[in-house]
Ligand binder design. Structure first.
Ligand code: BGC
Length: 435
């Protein structure tokens, strides 16, 4: 557990050491395949499990496919629908247990170590060393990608989770002049939107979405130190504290601003309510921005982005990554190296992250072509690393081992769904799940 508890703090230190003022260097990736004259390389089928299946996400996955095909391989898509990846992880486990894992899979955070501990992952150190990943990545991101000092996973991006999205027209119609900065301001704005006949808060009732909202509330109500104590270190005193009581009370109050059809709704259908002018706000990580962008909307025009109330000085991070499975076939091993190399290339980081809504994981990447929300994310990532506000997302598997994180999420979802369950009882259940 030391690994998970120190994740945020170590990232802060690593960023301070390397993030400031580092200029983008030429990507030290292997040269692109030579044109025509070179003999055509054998096409190896590369099966990649991912859960990028919403409206805008396949466009992001397609970037990876295109880069891999450019290196002469064949992309075998293994897409498993289901936001947050719970379904994908279930399918992956059954494939791996039957001795037939894919080439690579979208797995992140402490779960990478769990797979490595099973002895199932391949080292991609040859690529990582040749391309100097230790210098390109924040140290602690790099550490999470390694097992026994060897890289076994390649990081794709940095998603910020504590965002609030809004439809400016819906706000205007309701007489809401600005994005709320505190929870009190949020409820004033939400009351106005409700009165105007629209849904104030678009929400999809699935446990990972409930927890995505909950962790932003905890961060906004308690601040980054409390968040870390309660949700990363799982300190029983913090979970039982009046601050947690206040966070749960605030979280429950939000439910009164959601619509009756929210149960089970997918996150992208929820974002579609904001895009279509049916709802005012949504709390969701910046993969939601991929949906706004795919719908042709621009920040500041079709939609607005701001940190969730009370969290402007904090940043819940979520790093997507791909683990590489141990495979016997040499051509498949070479393809894994090519995949890893493509993922970290400047070219991929630039295009993929503009589609996905995230920011590049490579330090010092030039943000000139990114939109204003991404620019804010990049600045806040570095600033919060300095101030102590950079914290891992629990809802997105960055801090707590999967089984425990799942149990805590279930407790929060039970509280969200059952209006009769008291706040004190919810605190007890979260504490029990966190043990
Ligand atoms: C992943 C994102 C994904 C989102 C919705 C998050 O946990 O990090 O890449 O877009 O879930 O499925």
């Amino acid at each position: 557990m030391k690994f998970t508890h120190t994740f945020g703090a170590a990232l802060v230190a690593a960023l301070l050491a390397t993030a400031c003022g580092k200029k983008e260097e030429a990507a030290p990736v292997a040269a692109a395949p030579a044109p025509a004259a070179a003999p055509a390389p054998a096409r190896t089928s590369v099966e990649v499990l991912h859960y990028w299946t919403s409206g805008g996400e396949p466009k992001s996955a397609a970037e990876l496919k295109a880069m891999l095909e450019a290196k002469g391989h064949e992309w075998k898509d293994f897409a498993v629908a289901g936001g947050g990846g719970d379904n994908a992880m279930t399918v992956l486990k059954s494939r791996a247990v039957s001795g037939n894992p894919p080439t690579a899979a979208q797995v992140k955070g402490p779960a990478i170590q769990e797979w490595a501990n099973e002895g199932m992952l391949a080292s991609i150190d040859n690529v990582a060393q040749a391309e100097k990943w230790d210098e390109l990545l924040p140290k602690v991101v790099a550490d999470v990608m390694k097992s026994n000092g060897n890289y076994v996973a390649a990081p794709v991006n940095v998603h910020r989770v504590n965002w609030m999205w809004a439809n400016p027209e819906v706000l205007k119609q309701a007489g809401v002049a600005a994005m709320p900065k505190t929870w009190d301001e949020f409820f004033v704005a939400a009351d106005k939107i409700k009165k105007s006949g629209n849904v104030a808060l678009a929400h999809g009732g699935q446990n990972w979405q409930d927890f995505t909202v909950f962790e932003s509330v905890v961060l906004g109500v308690g601040g980054p130190e409390f968040y870390t104590n309660a949700l990363v270190k799982l300190d029983p005193a913090a979970i039982a504290s009046p601050t947690m009581t206040k966070a749960l009370t605030t979280f429950r109050k939000l439910k009164g601003y959601t619509d009756s059809a929210s149960t089970g709704r997918d996150w992208n259908m929820t974002t579609a309510m904001v895009i279509g002018g049916k709802a005012g706000f949504q709390f969701m990580g910046d993969w939601a921005k991929g949906e706004f962008t795919a719908a042709g909307q621009k920040p500041g025009e079709g939609f607005l982005c701001a940190a969730a109330p009370g969290t402007a000085n904090a940043y819940t991070f979520n790093v997507d990554s791909f683990i590489m499975f141990k495979l016997k076939d040499e051509a498949a091993q070479k393809a894994q190296g090519d995949l890893a190399s493509a993922i970290l290339s400047t070219e991929f980081q630039e295009v993929f992250n503009q589609n996905k809504g995230s920011i590049p994981v490579r330090l010092g990447h030039d943000m000139a072509k990114f939109d204003d929300c991404a620019k804010l994310s990049a600045t806040d990532f570095v600033e919060t690393a300095k101030s102590g506000g950079l914290v891992p997302s629990i809802a997105h598997g960055m801090a707590v081992e999967p089984a425990k994180a799942g149990a805590i999420q279930d407790a929060v979802t039970q509280f969200w769904n059952d209006d009769k369950l008291s706040v004190a009882e919810a605190q007890k259940r979260i504490a029990a799940a966190a043990k």
